[in-house]
Write a protein that binds this ligand. Structure first.
Ligand SMILES: [Zn+2]
Length: 296
């Protein structure tokens, strides 16, 4: 990937648009964008509308400056920081059309394009399942794989919209969408307007609502009010069926990273939820790896 980027960088040389990434020695040129192979996205890309291309560019100085101000102990600031990077760097589709499941993977792609040097790779501490060696596993976007949904569910994906359409014996047709960042935003904003009691009582609704928002562009507070009313009208049987369906779909959000042990070659699973060795802020603020030689 970095080879291709050098080519684009050369093409762009001389253009006024060039913005250099602050990665020390070599530079990447942030205007160049690279498409993601659809097969690398959640559901092999089939949850995106037909013809949608997800691309990204490297982060530039402006984005990194903003990221550097983040308080990494504040989950909301971390989430907002990630969304800011995604907003700026995702190309091809509207950032709100990106699936929540692909958010972390996109962040890794953007990171990878921003910092080409090996010493800037993100690492997670890992113990080899075979030889027990402890090592730092490099986390690269293509090492992240999704848990596959059964064929019986994938058959229900509408190839044009990417939504899932189920015919049911008792409840007619049910259409759902794998949550997009836009849908998550609508649900989060809606929940933010409610009191704690409402949130506690409606936790299951808030979990399922992102799947019921078929298009964030046409959804808003009214949609959420309507969905909440609809949810409250479901009988016990439908509620049970919908929660079961949502639970199964949530499987598609699960990611695994794999890494090869340098000692014995065993392929280990890396828990990406464990957090990075140097903290989330270091994601786009890599520090100076060659401090002693850089600062004379
Ligand atoms: Zn090993």
């Amino acid at each position: 990937m970095s080879k291709k980027k050098t080519g684009m960088a050369e093409e762009l040389a001389g253009s006024d648009d060039i913005n250099r990434a602050p990665d020390g020695g070599r530079t990447s040129f942030i205007q160049a964008s690279s498409p993601v192979d659809k097969g690398k996205l959640v559901g092999d890309g089939r949850f995106y509308p037909a013809g949608a291309t997800v691309s990204f560019r490297a982060a530039g100085v402006q984005e990194i400056r903003k990221w550097a101000s983040m308080d990494e102990n504040n989950p909301k600031e971390v989430y907002d920081g990630i969304i800011d990077i995604i907003k700026s760097c995702v190309r091809g589709i509207h950032w709100k059309d990106l699936k929540e499941a692909d958010r972390f993977k996109m962040l890794l792609y953007i990171h990878d394009a921003t910092f080409m040097e090996a010493e800037h790779k993100m690492q997670i501490k890992c113990t080899c399942g075979s030889c027990r060696a402890e090592y730092n596993a490099e986390v690269l976007p293509d090492h992240l794989s999704y848990k596959n949904l059964p064929d019986k569910i994938m058959e229900k994906v509408d190839p044009v919209t990417g939504r899932l359409v189920f015919d049911t014996r008792s409840f007619g047709e049910i259409e759902i969408s794998i949550p997009s960042l836009g849908a998550i935003e609508i649900v989060t904003d809606y929940a933010a307007r409610q009191n704690i009691k409402w949130i506690t009582e409606n936790k299951a609704f808030l979990d399922i609502a992102p799947y019921l928002i078929l298009d964030w562009k046409t959804a808003g507070k009214k949609t959420m009010d309507d969905l909440n009313a609809e949810y409250n009208s479901w009988g016990v049987k439908k509620l049970g069926a919908m929660l079961e369906l949502q639970g199964r779909m949530a499987t598609a959000m699960n990611k695994d990273a794999s890494s090869k042990c340098g000692q014995c070659g065993h392929i280990n699973k890396v828990d990406v939820n464990k957090g990075f060795e140097k903290g989330v802020r270091r994601f786009f603020v890599p520090g100076v790896s060659n401090f002693d030689t850089e600062f004379l």
